[in-house]
Design a protein. Structure first.
Length: 82
């Protein structure tokens, strides 16, 4: 199925109905294909989220092994009222 960006906006229910039937929906904008919406497989939908490993220049940086702790350290006390 093909749908324009405007149809996606105003006929969202129909687009999702097509996806639920197992159809792939191509979204077009100004006559050109821009995106593809496809139904999730059961494997994809039920896959547990795992921690995303750092990459690039950050992957060997020991200071950011625990990303949440690193962000808290950067924020410092910015959100503490006092």
């Amino acid at each position: 199925m093909k749908a324009t960006a405007k149809e996606l906006r105003f006929k969202t229910k129909e687009v999702f109905a097509a996806i639920e039937r197992g159809e792939e929906v191509i979204i077009t904008y100004r006559g050109k294909d821009k995106a593809r919406l496809s139904p999730l497989t059961k494997d994809t939908a039920q896959r547990p989220q795992t921690a995303i490993p750092l990459f690039g220049i950050w992957q060997d940086n020991e200071r950011v092994r625990d990303v949440d702790a690193y962000i808290d350290e950067l924020r410092g006390g910015r959100f503490d009222a006092g």
